[in-house]
Write a protein that binds this ligand. Sequence first.
Ligand code: SAM
Length: 213
Amino acid sequence: MRLRHKPYAMEMIETYPQFVIADPEAYKGSWGKLFGNNNPIHIEVGTGRGRFIYEMAKAHPHINYIGIEKFSSVVVDALQKLIDEEVPNLKLINKDAKDLTVFFESEEIDRVYLNFSDPWPKARHEKRRLTYKSFLRNYEQVLVKDGEIHFKTDNQGLFEYSLMSLAEYGMLLHYISLDLHNSDFEGNIMTEYEEKFSSKGNRIYRVEARFRN
Ligand code: SAM
């Protein structure tokens, strides 16, 4: 993602603590209280500018959504959507997802979305990929027993790596699509990256994965 420095980002985030949760560790085990209900919680790791999670939250009011994005200059675009039109079942976290288990209690989360994660193609950067085993371990810890990871990308190399990584971890893979936009999958909500790369003719790959009980 090309980052544009936005000097106002931190101030804007601090102005809206009801939307960007400054101290997610304080809600570990009690996110339901913050949302005011016990609905399932779905998180997106690497939310970017937030279109996917914002539209998902509007489309599914009985699910709580949390978007996690490490760059303040990016998460402010997701925040702007909430400022323009508040959606009560969506919160944002401006932190690195490597600390997921600090933010969430075990089995507190029902689903993890990974959309167009950075591919980190160099072998020496494998540990940064959001489908690397250390991240999978964290997802497994915070997810309920039958919780799922839903992953999509236009990057064939990252997709193939991720299928291997998920399978090697012992996960069950379902609904593998090698061309999502020409499949019978219904209700797809496009991310900003998805729109950009599919309009260039790139195929979109998708998989759902579940940890074995
Ligand atoms: N999901 C969005 C989309 O599809 O439009 C954004 C995709 S962008 C290529 C990947 C995003 O993931 C970037 O904004 C990056 O900052 C974020 N990201 C990568 N690693 C992360 C991590 N460990 N924790 C939080 N965010 C992360």
